[in-house]
Design a binder for this molecule. Structure first.
Ligand code: ASP
Length: 355
């Protein structure tokens, strides 16, 4: 694929330029983010919608890059970039998350520190504004790896993480998407949440947002390498529209949607049909491949081919220990962006997009 080849070539250029970098120059770092993969075609976005997504990605990239450029930690950059996207209604994470069949927003997130393989995850949050911050608190301030449901929100509150009314996460277009999905499935339509903003209230609509269908995954994620050579990965999502029975996808499952290991030279965040990504243990498997000597691009491509072979759709972002970035997807698009100390920012949407 021309696009993939170009990314790989760019990443290699970045790596070799950095290797030649004289001592005393700006430290080397690298960041990649995604805002979900899926059926995203040029014909399905107006120029305004296309521009709105690119601007949202650039904003998250800038915030994460600033952390790394100042010598900050990979983990802090990952969290900072994801929090921007959790607050952005265009993406299916935090505000703007999809609804369950019961008409609730239940949020999942995970983070992993590649330096020491510590990890934290949360599932089914309903009141914590930034699920990625809760995942990080689980990792750093609890003896556990994964917390779920009301207990996870209570833990986040006990760690002074901002709590919000569930209506904070409400957006009209996700609500409309739920109604369509439930109608198609012949399922009962829940009443509109009592505290939801009216459909014309500011914030209820995501400005510049296209109509939604279930072939777009709006999960957000980030992978980073900091100037000290530490790798980190994080992912945050509302899951799948009209999910039922406490369904949890790949995002908070360490090794499925999220994984990082300095020893393996790899950090991964995934987006796609979570049930398939769980069964393929996508993120861990990509790191096994890099540990065995594959390039990040080869590892990502091989894994996406495998998950595709069992019926999964989606994509991954992968960061190598040298700062090389790989994107791989088997859908027509993935909202994605990368930045690094030795290269220009890049923001892309469509699978075949050139720089
Ligand atoms: N992977 C997510 C899930 O299955 C969905 C997404 O990527 O948007 O929950």
């Amino acid at each position: 694929m021309k696009f993939v080849a170009q990314i790989a070539a760019l990443s290699l250029l970045g790596a070799s330029a950095a290797a030649a970098q004289p001592v005393g120059e700006a430290p080397r770092w690298s960041l990649a983010i995604h805002g979900g993969a899926g059926v995203i075609e040029r014909t399905s976005l107006t120029p305004e919608q296309d521009a709105a997504y690119r601007a949202a990605l650039q904003k998250a990239l800038d915030v994460g890059s600033a952390v790394l450029a100042e010598g900050g930690e990979a983990l802090d950059a990952v969290q900072a970039a994801i929090q921007v996207m959790e607050d952005e209604p265009l993406f299916n994470a935090g505000r703007g998350a999809v609804f369950t069949a019961e008409g609730r927003n239940e949020l999942d997130a995970a983070v992993m520190n590649g330096r020491d393989l510590t990890a934290g995850a949360v599932a089914g949050l309903t009141t914590t504004r930034h699920p990625i911050a809760a995942a990080r608190a689980v990792m750093e301030r609890s003896p556990h790896v994964m917390l779920i449901g009301p207990g996870a929100d209570a833990f986040a509150a006990s760690q002074n993480l901002e709590q919000v009314e569930p209506a904070w996460f409400f957006t009209q277009r996700r609500w409309d998407q739920l109604i369509r999905a439930l109608t198609e499935q012949g399922l009962p339509i829940p009443s509109r949440p009592a505290d939801a903003p009216s459909s014309d209230a500011p914030g209820a609509q995501a400005s510049g947002a296209p109509p939604l269908d279930e072939r777009k995954f709006g999960t957000v994620g980030a992978v980073a390498l900091d100037a000290q050579g530490r790798l980190a990965a994080g992912t945050s999502t509302g899951g799948m529209t009209a999910k039922r029975w406490g369904r949890v996808g790949d995002v908070p499952i360490i090794g499925a949607g999220t994984y990082a290991s300095n020893a393996d030279g790899c950090a991964v965040s995934a987006t796609g049909s979570g049930e398939y990504f769980i069964r393929s243990t996508v993120a861990r498997d990509i790191c096994r491949r890099t540990a065995e000597g594959a390039s990040v691009q080869a590892a990502a491509d091989a894994e996406i081919a495998e998950v595709g072979a069992i019926g999964g759709d989606g994509g991954v972002i992968v960061m190598g220990r040298d700062g090389a970035v790989a994107f791989a997807l088997n859908t027509s698009g993935m909202y994605r962006a990368e930045a690094g100390s030795m290269r220009a920012d890049r923001v892309a949407i469509y699978a075949d997009e050139d720089r």
